[in-house]
Design a protein around this ligand. Structure first.
Ligand code: PBG
Length: 329
């Protein structure tokens, strides 16, 4: 018997021979329009403030935010998600500045819409944690527990304020029960029927949010474990998905990204709406820090992570590298 028969009958390596071949047969690819840039805008500053745990990301002034939005448009980025950082003295127990038409997030929404019009999908975080003095995503009851239904009323007020300021899409991220339905009804009743809801459907209580808390100057005491999901649970994400879809979510999100690719896959298979993945602050920080130490190829690691989200089923990816990655693509 010749040795010929013992050679491999199948050679998957043929499709890996050249860059052109690999590019042609790639099952997933990242397109600039898939990317959404999360951006922070801080009230009362004249120069952007660096976020030490997120090198390369800043708290924008109103002016530099407009510039960042214009750069995102030029790079072909799909959308921008705005987070407002109020002055410490403007924070209170119910997050009043989150609903004030002159609050930083509403002001920034008007600025960005004036700058980009409809060329970029303009989104805003719909949550109270940036605006409350206790740092929780909702209002507290007398015993200090986050009061679900009282919080829904505040979210309805926020939704109207953000829609009036020009947001195309609102991203309710507080994980209160019924938030999508309640906000949808408030928007419809106030004539904002075309404002979309991008539900943070499966949002886990994660240690990887650490740098974000610096980014928004959060004053959180305690944790969010009574409202955000337990990292141990996957099936629960499908229950949250069913509820969000029933309540009227236009798009759904899984967050964080890399530690939850299994959840992303499950949600992408079960959802009949676009699915987003949020590559969060801690994921950003880990790659930047390892790269700074020379332990990892930064650019390759970024693209590999973004491609992984697409492979797992994401239609869109929120990433702090959105503009940079879009330029490279
Ligand atoms: C809540 C919110 C958080 C993030 C986005 N929206 C923080 C939290 O739930 O504690 C985290 C984003 C990131 O870490 O990049 N408004």
């Amino acid at each position: 018997m010749s040795t010929y028969g013992s050679f491999p009958g199948a050679r998957p390596r043929r499709l890996r021979t050249t860059p052109a071949m690999r590019r042609m047969v790639a099952e997933s690819r990242v397109h600039p329009a898939d990317l959404i840039l999360p951006a922070f805008v801080r009230d009362g500053i004249v120069e952007p403030v660096e976020i030490s745990s997120m090198p390369g990301v800043v708290q924008h002034t109103r002016e530099t935010l407009k510039k960042a939005a214009a750069e995102a448009v030029a790079a072909g980025v799909g959308g921008i998600m705005l987070f407002g950082v109020p002055r410490d003295e403007d924070k209170d127990a119910t997050g009043t500045c989150g609903t004030d038409p002159d609050g930083i997030l509403q002001v920034a929404l008007r600025d960005v819409r004036a700058e980009v019009g409809d060329d970029l999908v303009v989104m805003s975080d719909l949550c109270l944690d940036e605006f409350t003095d206790h740092g929780h995503c909702g209002v507290l009851d007398a015993s200090g527990r986050v009061d679900n239904d009282a919080t829904l009323e505040r979210y309805a007020d926020m939704a109207r304020a953000q829609a009036e300021a020009g947001a195309h899409v609102l991203g309710p991220s507080g994980m209160m029960d019924g938030q999508i339905g309640h906000v949808r009804r408030a928007l419809d009743a106030s004539g904002h029927v075309d404002v979309s809801l991008f539900a943070y459907t499966a949002k886990y209580s994660s240690a990887f949010y650490g740098p974000f808390r610096e980014a928004v100057g959060s004053s959180l005491q305690g944790d969010r474990k009574t409202y955000q999901q337990d990292p141990a649970n996957g099936r629960e994400a499908l229950r949250e998905l069913a509820l969000d879809l029933e309540e009227g979510a236009d798009m759904v999100m899984v967050k964080p990204g890399l530690p939850y690719l299994d959840v992303l896959r499950d949600v992408a298979e079960a959802a009949d709406v676009p699915v987003g993945a949020y590559q969060i602050s801690g994921e950003y920080a880990m790659i930047e820090a390892a790269a700074e130490k020379g332990w990892i190829d930064r650019d390759a690691a970024i693209m590999e992570a973004l491609t992984g989200f697409k492979r797992a089923g994401a239609s869109m990816i929120l990433t702090y590298w959105a503009t940079e990655a879009a330029r490279r693509l």
